[in-house]
Design a protein around this ligand. Structure first.
Ligand code: HEM
Length: 396
């Protein structure tokens, strides 16, 4: 224990080295001993670890706002990126423009292409008897699905993949200069895409960028710099979570061969299994809010302006809501209550596109193998995500 730490700073250390399981052990301790925890790490913030507190903060957007700090650690050198960085009602027109393009029906329209691509990525892995599922498959699939959904020029996808992965790795290595450089590269792509659509508009019912350009708030177009911010925001949030989730699921299935065989034998169980995987291995812990007034939570007082992380990954293992929270239980009665996609006005609009690619990826990985297992060390991400960045697998 460091002698000069304040009482608040001692609750937990978000910068401690982690493995795949250790953060969940720590969050179980916090839920038990200190469910509303404070740390001076990563710039200083409060962490909500219990389901009801996380749900309350995510749902009450008039008390818990995103426009001051929406993620831990704070990435503060670029402009605002809707929809995450805006509060309702300013936030609403961005969601109105994006939501129809992310319906369940539209998500399914990309399933064929996702499957084709997954097979293409799996072929060389099958041929050599395995490989790193994150590096060789799950870092590509979401980029390409996302690129199709954004109708990006095909030749941009390699750049998006490289810039997106470089950004994620830079965030995890916590080197501000590299984070800034890679984030700015993504901004350049966002700007170029908007310029392209201004020049050659597409059907707004099919193209997210054109839909945003044509969106109106109180009769006015959305400000240019916020349009760029939106496209830039979606570029990252749309690719990170599916990448981490596919790795997480493969770690679990490597450890639980019986479940692996069960899902392989009956792929109709995969959608239900996915919901339990999303609960168990929720890929986010760093989405944040600040309060507009002092709030009492878990016996602590949180002051206005102090960052509050909604630890979705911990809420989804809250034993008061999900009995035997660390167990994989297919068809849990209340699985629909999980918070893997958030709650309230900022809940994930990409839920169907996300679920579709997880389903396709798991179906194809299971179909292409008779069994797989871990073949080395799993590398894990740091805040704001939680989960696998590298998962070496051996296929049999
Ligand atoms: C497994 C996949 C995914 C998971 C688990 C996930 C999870 C989440 C969560 C928890 C939030 C809430 C943030 C908060 O409370 O502050 C969120 C927001 C968001 N997600 Fe996803 N996401 C996934 C896939 C996607 C995809 C494929 C897209 C692509 C379009 C996407 C776009 C967004 C956007 C734009 C927001 C911000 C919404 C707002 O602020 O109104 N997500 N996501």
């Amino acid at each position: 224990m460091q002698p000069f730490m304040t009482e608040l700073a001692q609750d937990f250390d978000p910068e401690v080295p982690e493995d795949f399981d250790s953060p969940h052990i720590e969050y179980a301790r916090l839920r038990r001993e200190c469910p509303v925890a404070h740390t001076d790490g990563l710039g200083g913030f409060w962490a909500l670890t219990r389901y009801e507190d996380v749900k309350r903060a995510a749902s009450d957007s008039s008390t818990f706002i995103t426009s001051v700090q929406n993620v831990v650690p704070k990435v503060a050198y670029t402009g605002r990126r809707p929809p995450l960085h805006l509060d309702p009602p300013e936030h609403t027109p961005y969601r109105k423009a994006l939501n129809p393009l992310l319906s369940a029906e539209r998500a399914e329209m990309f399933a064929g292409r996702a499957r084709e691509l997954t097979r293409h990525l799996l072929n060389p892995m099958v041929a050599k008897g395995g490989g790193d599922i994150c590096v060789e498959l799950s870092s590509y699939l979401p980029v390409h699905v996302f690129g199709e959904w954004m109708r990006m020029p095909e030749e941009w996808l390699d750049t998006l993949h490289d810039a997106g992965r470089a950004f994620i790795l830079a965030v995890h290595s916590n080197v501000p200069e590299v984070m800034k450089e890679t984030s700015l590269k993504l901004y350049d792509m966002a700007r170029a895409l908007i310029a392209l659509r201004h020049e050659h508009p597409q059907d707004p019912a099919l193209d997210p960028t054109t839909a945003l350009i044509e969106a109106r708030h109180e009769g006015q177009p959305l400000p240019d710099e916020l349009l760029v911010g939106t496209v830039r925001q979606v570029l990252v949030v749309g690719i990170v979570a599916p990448m981490v989730m596919i790795g997480n699921i493969c770690v679990h299935l490597s450890r639980d061969k019986a479940l692996q065989q069960k899902l392989r034998a009956d792929p109709s169980l995969i959608p239900a299994a996915l919901e339990e995987f999303l609960r168990l291995y929720t890929p986010y812990r760093g989405f944040a809010r600040t309060a507009v007034c002092p709030v009492e939570m878990g016996g602590r007082t949180i002051n206005p302006g102090e960052a509050i992380a909604l630890i979705y990954a911990s809420a989804n293992r809250d034993e008061d809501v999900f009995p035997d929270p660390d167990e994989f239980i297919l068809d849990r009665p209340n699985i629909a209550q999980h918070l893997a996609f958030g709650r309230g006005p900022h809940n994930c609009p990409g839920v169907h596109l996300g679920r579709m690619q997880l389903r396709v990826a798991i179906e194809e990985i299971l179909a292409a193998t008779t069994e797989f297992e871990l073949d080395g060390t799993v590398t894990v991400s740091r805040w704001p995500e939680i989960g696998a960045l590298s998962v070496p697998l051996k296929f049999t």
